[in-house]
Design a protein around this ligand. Structure first.
Ligand code: BES
Ligand code: MN
Ligand code: ZN
Length: 506
């Protein structure tokens, strides 16, 4: 069932749960004015007697009163009005969703108060972000479950933001809703098992979804890739019966008068399953490697968000899709392979496959489209996960202006980026004695940095470029405040925001 987010002056008739915000120290928001006077007074005195409920952000308690016996009343802590911001409101929304599901609510309404505005966000915008949190946390991936469906508690069908400022909330929610749609699709793709999602089927899913939205979609099959010379990407896919695909997507959203400028380019690693190849991975945890197309999922999710909100930007997305398998036809450690760039690559470990796929896509998109900047996203290294866990995405950037734009988008969306070093030493370490470059550094240290150093060999003309290693952030091992495990859709939101704030209309 899909969750409907609504905005209305009053809770809809079918509302079974009314939610009232409580600021820190049990300061009841004026939202309680929406209740009848007796009920509001009862809640006030109930709050006065609470030992542990203190209106802390995300605290939830059911009030032991029924508004004329028809509706449940849920009190939710909003914390200190000086501290609440968009991300905090989304966390509150996520927690609300979990509570609403556990009490079996089918239709709930959060009432907007008429209080003095919090310091960093208006009450109406807070409502929009609470709705966003509900939407993101309310995501589920149940398409392959055929049993037990009826035993599960009923799904929340409607979440309404109600109050006189509901139109303002709706306006703020509109772009958020579009970005949520892109993120949730990216999650779906990451969560798909690899027997269902492989290069050919993934390419078709992309076309089926994006073409109706006005995105141009071009699919290169194996023959076309051979003709074009995507030798590094093809080498990665050689061991699999499921042959590689590359998908190029174009969103032309700029006004015709501004058409001449260069597009923005986004590149995604789409390894639909990474066994490691001949350098096969240990069996424990190998199942996680279905998420190795998280970069590609983020790029296509971004294209969807841009199209839905009719972004005024020209954007090209490219995703390199391949399955990394061991077989008699697989590439080997010590092979020397070619690449689209013309550079030769000494393969030192077949499990360092993502950088090979990216190398060809990076060169292609630069030479074909001359983009103003390139951002790649890839679940590239275990080393990145060791360094920053699931919390931060390590980001390597060769241009300070681009980094500033990414950083500000990161701060306002809550998708956390941490700048990592691109250093000439790492680039140099990737020079091979037998070929132009080699796919592995000299030791096991700084694995995320040497991977970035390898990619840097494929950046031409000092083009502004960012490499986002999303190995940790593309997925979570346990449910987070705004995301059930595993796929997160990370990257869609921060890049959509970066484009909206810094590159549209220019
Ligand atoms: N897809 C993996 C990286 C990864 C690991 C992503 C864990 C998410 C979670 C990548 O292709 C890989 O295998 N990298 C190797 C590189 C090494 C061989 C230089 C790694 O990190 O061990
Ligand atoms: Mn690998
Ligand atoms: Zn991989």
């Amino acid at each position: 069932m899909t969750l409907n987010i609504k905005f209305a002056a009053k809770p809809t008739k079918d509302t079974d749960t009314v939610i009232i915000g409580v600021y820190a120290d049990n300061n009841l928001s004026t939202a309680s004015d929406a209740l009848n006077v007796d009920t509001a007074n009862l809640i006030e005195s109930f709050l006065g007697k609470q030992e542990s409920f203190k209106g802390k952000s995300g605290q939830i308690i059911t009030a032991p009163v029924l508004d004329e016996g028809k509706t449940r009343i849920l009190l939710v802590g909003l914390g200190d009005p000086d501290k609440i911001d968009g991300s905090a409101a989304e966390t509150v929304g996520g927690k609300l969703y979990v509570a609403l599901k556990s009490i079996g609510s089918k239709s709930a309404a959060f009432i907007l108060g008429d209080d003095e505005e919090p310091e960093n966000i208006s009450t109406a915008d807070m409502g929009a972000h609470i709705a966003m949190g509900v939407r993101l946390r309310g995501y589920s991936f149940l398409k392959y479950k055929t049993l037990d469906a009826e035993d599960e508690s009923p799904e929340l069908g409607t979440f309404t933001i109600a109050g006189k400022d509901n139109k303002k909330s709706a306006k703020t929610y509109e772009p958020l809703g579009h970005v949520a749609a892109g993120m949730l699709w990216a999650r779906d793709l990451v969560n798909e098992p690899p027997n269902m999602l492989y290069p050919e089927s993934f390419a078709k899913m992309i076309k089926d979804e994006l073409k109706p939205l006005g995105v141009e979609v071009e699919i290169f099959d194996e023959k076309k890739l051979e003709k074009l010379g995507f030798k590094a990407q093809l080498a990665v896919g050689m061991g699999s019966a499921r042959t590689p695909r590359t998908v190029v997507m174009r969103w032309n959203g700029k006004d015709a008068s501004k058409k001449k400028s260069q597009p923005l380019a986004f590149v995604g690693k789409g390894v639909t399953f990474d066994t490691g190849g001949i350098n096969i991975k240990p069996s424990g945890g190998m199942e996680d490697m279905k998420l190795d197309m998280g970069g590609a999922a983020a790029v296509v999710g971004l294209m969807k968000s841009l199209a839905l909100r009719n972004a005024k930007a020209d954007v090209v997305g490219i995703v390199g899709l391949a399955e990394n398998m061991p077989s008699d036809r697989a590439y080997r450690p010590s092979d020397v392979i070619g690449s689209y760039s013309g550079k030769t690559i000494e393969v030192l470990n077949t499990d360092a496959e993502g950088r090979l796929v990216l190398a060809d896509c990076l060169t292609y998109v630069q030479r074909k489209y001359d983009p103003a900047l390139v951002v790649d996203l890839a679940t590239l290294t275990g080393a990145m996960m060791i360094a920053l866990g699931h919390e931060y995405c390590g980001t390597f950037v060769n241009d300070n202006d681009l980094w500033e734009n990414m950083e500000s988008a990161s701060k306002s969306t809550g998708e956390k980026l941490w700048r990592m070093p691109l250093d000439a030493a790492f680039k140099k370490e990737m020079v091979s004695s037998i070929a132009d470059v080699k796919s592995l550094g000299n030791g096991r240290y700084a694995g995320a940095c040497t991977a970035a150093g390898f990619l840097e060999h494929f950046i031409e003309d000092n083009r502004p470029w960012a490499h986002m290693d999303i190995a940790g952030t593309a997925w979570v091992k346990s449910d987070s405040a705004i995301c059930p495990k595993p796929g997160t859709g990370f990257g869609v939101r921060v890049l959509d925001k970066m484009i909206a704030d810094h590159y549209e209309g220019k």
